[in-house]
Design a protein around this ligand. Sequence first.
Ligand SMILES: C[S@@+](CC[C@H](N)C(=O)[O-])C[C@H]1O[C@@H](n2cnc3c(N)ncnc32)[C@H](O)[C@@H]1O
Ligand SMILES: O=c1cc(-c2ccc(O)cc2)oc2c(O)c(O)ccc12
Length: 356
Amino acid sequence: MGSLDAKPAETQEPDINDQAQLWNIIYGFGGSLVLRCAVEIGIADIIKNNNGSITLAQLASKLSIPNVNSDHLYRILRFLVHMNILEHEICNGGVDKVYSLKPIGTLLLRDAERSMAPIILGLTHKDFMVPWHFMKEGLASEGTTAFEIGMGMPIWKFLEGHPDQSQLFNEEMAGETRLLTKTLFEDCRDIFQGLDSLVDVGGGNGTTIMAIYETFPHIKCTLYDLPHVIANSRDHPNVQKVSGDMFKCVPTAQAILLKLILHDWTDEECVHILKKCKEAIPKETGKVIIVDVVLDEESTHELTKTRLLLDIDMMVSTGGRERTLDDWDNLLKRAGFRSHNIRPIRAIQSLIEAFP
Ligand SMILES: C[S@@+](CC[C@H](N)C(=O)[O-])C[C@H]1O[C@@H](n2cnc3c(N)ncnc32)[C@H](O)[C@@H]1O
Ligand SMILES: O=c1cc(-c2ccc(O)cc2)oc2c(O)c(O)ccc12
């Protein structure tokens, strides 16, 4: 608590720690782009495949880049050590440093099941960073996103016309799913156990629904998304694929899954989607399973900042938002759901069951 004679903030001199804090926020993009470079050149995979540790000279020789500038590579490694992603040990009588992965560094592996590499490559792609430069213009226009202003069209139209970026986006979302599914099935087994059929609405390339089928093979599973997404989605002999527009209709099933869908849309659009989902499930035994962010603005949890940044991302990219407990309560009431429960899971998102 401030004392009564404390100076107002504007008359207090910011100290060097304040400067450092701001420098680190300003240069946040630098950290992201070093990570991107590390993933692009496959540093983590090379270290892992070299029995878990490597010298600078060995790493330089294994990169698929001709004439590697060793000084530049050294400085990238030094930064990654400072960021606690790599660690090093001095060997050969102090001549060489041997680099290895800290636990967090394994999340940069491109060939691992639980990897953040697809998220790094998606979020830092030039085309997906352009809209962030139009945040100010987005502030001045009701109903038009920064993405639309910067890229000339809404994100879903852009992805339809740009297959490479669409694939990158779908791989990013699939990477996110692979990070989540183990936790989801451990923390929420009961939620899927009793189902006989499930439609994953806006299910992307099918990674989530296929993981659900593999864990709960008694469920009749359907993947539903826009036609161009379904056309490029994975095949599975026991997962039916249906293309369409969730604003127009949703295939019927006992349960509908909406994973990272509602945070893409405004409240009015969400009410519309939720009503379509409600029409597609039985009144007595049906449910909508929502896997999405629940924001607690007061929480000091490490993921609160990530959730607030995702909220800004949704404002910039899709016109959607992240929602608090009260926001979810209001939304589900407006869409006519009689009750719901919210279960935190060990992830950015929570799991919400909504009953018609
Ligand atoms: C943020 S992604 C989430 C993908 C997936 N549920 C996941 O969590 O990995 C949103 C998905 O909604 C789909 N989508 C957007 N508009 C849609 C519409 N009108 N009808 C059906 N799907 C739509 C997109 O193609 C995309 O796959
Ligand atoms: O750029 C994104 C990122 C996400 C995202 C990444 C990781 C998570 O744990 C959750 C969400 O989601 C997005 C999204 O839903 C969207 O429509 C556009 C962009 C992104």
